[in-house]
Ligand binder design. Sequence first.
Ligand SMILES: C[S@@+](CC[C@H](N)C(=O)[O-])C[C@H]1O[C@@H](n2cnc3c(N)ncnc32)[C@H](O)[C@@H]1O
Length: 296
Amino acid sequence: MSDAPPTPAGDVWTVKRILDWTIPHLKSHGSDSPRLDAEILLAHARGCPRIQLYTNYDQPLTDGQRATMRDLVKRRAAAEPVAYLVGHREFFGLEFRVTKDVLIPRPDTETLVVDAIETSKPQAAPRVLDIGTGSGCIAIALAVNCPNAEVTAIDLSLAALGIARENSEKHNVADRIRWLHGDLFAPLTAGEQFDVIASNPPYIASAEIETLAADVRLNEPRSALDGGPDGLDLVRRLIADAPQHLVSQGRLLIEISSEQADAVTQLLTANGRYDDITVLKDLAKQPRVVRAARKD
Ligand SMILES: C[S@@+](CC[C@H](N)C(=O)[O-])C[C@H]1O[C@@H](n2cnc3c(N)ncnc32)[C@H](O)[C@@H]1O
């Protein structure tokens, strides 16, 4: 490893020894999951499933694997997220390809997906819209779990749409998702309506971006994070425009930060076209999604 202690002649870098060196190294460089990070990076460098590290603990690394691992550890220590380094992240039990063009899917977003699936599944052919699809994780998890759903996904980033489309091919739902490029509802045809509109928009207040962890701040797309002065620029526009694109009693689901629940509930109430306004909590019992139904 680049800044590892000098290796005595004849000493061998086994799987165990590399992990024993990498874990404290990543910890001292700020990783809060150094063992997991080290294992994922080493499995990637060796081209094997993580579990196989433990059955090959005493195996030496080849020179090529050591060189790859050295590079990965250096970049991780400089705050590059593991998902970008290995090129994928699991979400809702599915593997998604990720690059720096897309936000890394978060477990928090599974709250929104679970509710969108529960709402859609009982319907014969639910029409679902995902706004700000990024890697496509919401649209694809929904299409995989609701075989009758007709899914439309929109993003302002063409590069993100390319990754999302690739992910849909990998999960065999490419022919069930319509990908549209543009700003919020603009790419839809006039009067087009949906049973469910789901969105995880950028919702971090601009001034807070500088306070985020280096992994996020230095690597993830700003256009996926920055929600304007109070974080609610896109949320306001979604709430204002969604009623025209929802069927009567169709549902709008918006992911939020835990501090935004009251403000978003007020925006929905003040709009006057929504009822059944409910705040859903994530697994950590934090407010994570605001859900509302179009009145009448
Ligand atoms: C927080 S990310 C969510 C990505 C993905 N849905 C997820 O949950 O991981 C927000 C996404 O919204 C997209 N976006 C930002 N502004 C937009 C706009 N005005 N219209 C459509 N998409 C937008 C960004 O490109 C980004 O992919």
